[in-house]
Design a protein around this ligand. Structure first.
Ligand SMILES: NC(=O)c1ccc[n+]([C@@H]2O[C@H](COP(=O)([O-])OP(=O)(O)OC[C@H]3O[C@@H](n4cnc5c(N)ncnc54)[C@H](OP(=O)(O)O)[C@@H]3O)[C@@H](O)[C@H]2O)c1
Length: 289
């Protein structure tokens, strides 16, 4: 797709966007552009300090904009529930936050941290917001995955990765789960006749905190694009009229083909069921009958 820039984003007045991890990296310009085009934006971040500072920065750039902070820790199901209870409208949900390439840790609920935050946290958040998404005309869910999904494998007998933890393959697994979730959400919405569009994005290699602490660190400032460029696939996926459910938008706004594993309906369904069991969030409005 050539010629599309954030200036192509239509007027979003009256629409509410939630951007997770909007205080940093790719999430920040994503939130800024949505606010610039009239959306009410909820900056969903775990740190009140960083979240409020981001709101103030965006409002400086978009005087008169509607930008709010919402406290959300995706590594804590209770925090996700509290956040979702405080939301009154959502038209665009950008599941952007992510943690990557860390040594093995666990979320508050005992899930392996990368899977728990990047996948289960966003799974629970989307499910809890589902009634509001279904009530919003033309709602979209954009889940930020990565080409790193191709490194991922899901072993349901070792979901907590207590055996053989490797930071890259754990990250890849979480990003594979993001894609499986995106495609399964789209299938379920379609089957239920719901006007909900679920899309994935891959920002491309971008100079953000996630890579600054990882093995790509030496490439920062040399080969890595800006956060603004990294936000383009998410912004396009969230707002372009040319997008169709289930698409995977990559750098330069090209449509990418997910790996064979990511396109497996059987794997997606199993992951969905396990995720519902682990989080207690069941997406009843679009459940298979
Ligand atoms: N950068 C790349 O090259 C690249 C490539 C492919 C995909 N991605 C994806 O792009 C997305 C954005 O990452 P980024 O590159 O912009 O990295 P980033 O600058 O590190 O931003 C990640 C954001 O996620 C937030 N976050 C982490 N754990 C959280 C939690 N438990 N609850 C709520 N928020 C949490 C971080 O909050 P704090 O500031 O509080 O830590 C931060 O705002 C991620 O999904 C990542 O996997 C990035």
């Amino acid at each position: 797709m050539t010629g599309w820039t954030p200036d192509s984003i239509p007027d979003l007045t009256g629409r509410t966007a939630i951007v997770t991890g909007a205080n940093s990296g790719i999430g920040r310009p994503t939130a800024l552009e949505l606010a610039r085009h009239g959306a009410r934006v909820i900056v969903a971040a775990r740190s009140p300090e960083k979240g409020e500072a981001t709101v103030a920065d965006i409002l400086r750039a978009v005087p008169g904009g509607q930008v709010e902070y919402g406290r959300l820790d995706l590594a804590d199901l209770a925090s996700i529930r509290r956040f979702a209870e405080g939301v009154d409208q959502v038209d665009l949900l950008i599941n952007n936050a992510g943690i990557g390439l860390i040594s093995r840790q666990e979320t508050k609920d005992g899930f392996e941290m990368q899977f728990g935050t990047n996948h289960l946290g966003h799974f629970a958040l989307t499910g809890l917001l589902l009634p509001l998404l279904l009530a919003a005309p033309g709602a979209r869910v954009v889940t930020v995955s990565s080409d790193a999904h191709a490194w991922g494998k899901i072993d349901f007998d070792n979901l907590d990765l207590k055996r053989g933890y490797r930071r890259m393959s754990s990250y890849g697994r979480s990003k594979l789960a993001n894609l499986l979730f995106t495609l399964e959400l789209q299938r379920r919405a379609e089957k239920a006749g719901a006007a909900l569009t679920s899309v994935a994005s891959h920002p491309g290699a971008t100079a953000t905190n996630i890579v600054k602490i990882g093995p790509l660190q030496p490439l920062v400032g040399v080969f890595l694009q800006s956060a603004e460029a990294g936000a383009m696939p998410s912004l396009y996926a969230a707002t372009s009229p040319d997008i169709h459910g289930g698409e995977f938008v990559g750098p330069k706004l090209k449509l990418l083909t997910p790996s064979d594993a990511a396109r497996s309906e059987e794997l997606a369904r199993r992951l969905w069921d396990v995720s519902a069991e682990l989080t207690g969030v069941r997406f009843e409005e679009i459940a298979y009958s």
